[in-house]
Design a protein around this ligand. Structure first.
Ligand SMILES: *C/C=C(C)/C=C/C=C(C)/C=C/C1=C(C)CCCC1(C)C
Length: 243
């Protein structure tokens, strides 16, 4: 029993991936408590946005709880758990875009289009990653299909419906907040396809010889920024909106 316990909680001192799995878990959990509690202090029309922020980090916290143990026990990338997490949390981020622009006239159809695009992005990415035969063809085919979904969300946030609605809202907090969230989609989200391309068969792997051995380190840092940071921007909109 004693040995078993030691094995479970022992984090190698020189393993930054293990560290970020543990800090990532705790940060997601703390962020959820923050968003759930602060939900009570924002104006009525922002309460749902805060709830969704808390759900995003909460869902991630549960997956990190399992991913850190999986990683410690096996030393491997928890691919399935990651994609299950993303398939729940990324569509919820799309819901945030809808909720934030709802007052400016966003329709439900906008929400469903974004959810569909993000699910396409993640299902294709999962097939590309989990069912790889190591060939460039498989990696690129599913990578390109996935990127179609990504570009759709990116386009919508930067110049499409979401950007237009934010502009029409006439609320400086919404305009600035949506612009910041669009930057998250452009820069923060780009970490994932770069990691994907470092895997066997990926362009950066076969072309430049980049390997995906540290991919979890980048994913863990990116997840914290993209989920907690994203939620904080939503919170910022809620507290600074004048209307
Ligand atoms: C909290 C988790 C987030 C914000 C995850 C985002 C994931 C992506 C933007 C993934 C994108 C991918 C591509 C655009 C192509 C290659 C396959 C993916 C799934 C890694």
């Amino acid at each position: 029993m004693k040995n078993l316990l030691a094995e479970i909680i022992n984090i190698p001192v020189d393993d930054p991936i293990a560290f970020t799995f543990f800090t990532g878990y705790m940060a997601m959990l703390a962020a959820s408590v923050f968003f759930f509690v602060e939900r009570g202090s924002v104006e009525g029309k922002w309460k749902l946005s805060l709830l969704v922020s808390g759900l995003i980090t909460g869902i991630a916290a549960v997956h990190y709880y399992y991913m850190r143990d999986y990683y410690l026990a096996t030393g491997m990338t928890p691919t399935a758990l990651r994609y299950i997490d993303w398939t729940l949390t990324v569509p919820l981020m799309c819901v945030e875009f809808y909720l934030l622009t709802k007052a400016a006239g966003a329709q439900k159809s906008l929400m469903w289009k974004l959810i569909l695009a993000s699910v396409l992005m993640l299902v294709a990415g999962y097939i590309g990653e989990a069912f790889t035969d190591g060939s460039t063809f498989h990696s690129v085919l599913w990578g390109v299909i996935s990127t179609v979904g990504y570009v759709y969300v990116l386009y919508t946030a930067w110049v499409g419906e979401v950007a237009q609605l934010a502009k029409n809202s006439g609320d400086p907090a919404v305009i600035k907040g949506i612009k910041t969230l669009a930057w998250f989609v452009l820069v923060g989200w780009a970490v994932y396809p770069i990691g994907y391309m470092c895997m066997p068969g990926g362009w950066l792997n076969t072309g430049l010889g980049w390997s995906a051995s540290n991919v979890d380190l980048f994913y863990n840092i990116a997840d914290a920024i993209n989920k907690i940071g994203f939620g904080l921007v939503v919170y910022g909109i809620a507290v600074s909106s004048k209307k």
